[in-house]
Design a protein around this ligand. Structure first.
Ligand code: COA
Length: 180
């Protein structure tokens, strides 16, 4: 039997995605402040859509990619962009190509929105090569976003862009809302 990929409304599918999020990131968020990674205290946006892949062997969720759409500013010009976040594969299902498939499906969905000029994600150094091998480029400029405390410069992870009809590499992006 082939692998089934679902792309569902973000809020409606959160219940399915939540246990995988908790398994992959939960321990970081509950760690004592001195042991928490810099992103553990960030308030993140909810995904607009989610790509979900179930494991064929036990029908439980194996892989998740959140999809985001937002009108941001790049060097003060408004631009509509897409994004991915919450990329995770269950530990016992890794290296089967699930995240690659789910990211492809997410990028396909983002590209289908004709208003979108490029896509953005943020990640930690150990995943740089993974995303670069899949066509994402480092964005060396500054990223700003909203947090409950107000606007902040986002430095907890590194931004990468996927070119569509724009190929931003530097400058200033304001996400005009919570990050993803
Ligand atoms: C990063 C992560 C999502 C990758 O998920 P994954 O489903 O294992 O990813 P894939 O299987 O598509 O690719 C992983 C590697 O396995 C390789 N691979 C894919 N299918 C394979 C197969 N059938 N046999 C052997 N290797 C395979 C890929 O080439 C890739 O190697 P590369 O990084 O050298 O290119 C996963 O490790 C994870 O959840 N990590 C923790 C959370 C995290 O860091 N998320 C990213 C947040 S930005």
């Amino acid at each position: 039997m082939g692998i089934e990929i679902d792309i569902l409304n973000g809020d409606a599918s959160w219940q399915r995605a939540e246990p995988l999020h908790r398994a992959v990131w939960g321990r970081h968020v509950v760690a004592p402040p001195s042991k928490r990674p810099p992103w553990a205290d960030i308030e993140w946006a909810n995904a607009d859509l989610r790509v979900l892949i179930d494991a064929p062997d036990d029908s439980r969720l194996a892989c998740h990619v959140g999809i985001y759409f937002r009108t941001v500013t790049w060097n003060r010009h408004k631009v509509h962009i897409g994004g991915i976040g919450g990329v995770a594969t269950r530990e016992d299902c890794r290296r089967r190509g699930y995240a690659s498939l789910a990211i492809d499906a997410a990028v396909h969905t983002i590209r289908a929105n004709e208003a979108v000029k490029f896509a953005l994600l943020v990640c930690e150094p150990h995943n740089f090569a993974f995303y670069q091998a899949r066509g994402w480029h480092p964005f060396t400029g500054e990223v700003y976003c909203a947090q409950p405390s107000g606007q902040i410069r986002f430095e907890a992870m590194a931004p990468f862009v996927y070119d569509i009809v724009r190929a931003p590499r530097d400058g200033k992006i304001d996400l005009c809302g919570l990050p993803w």
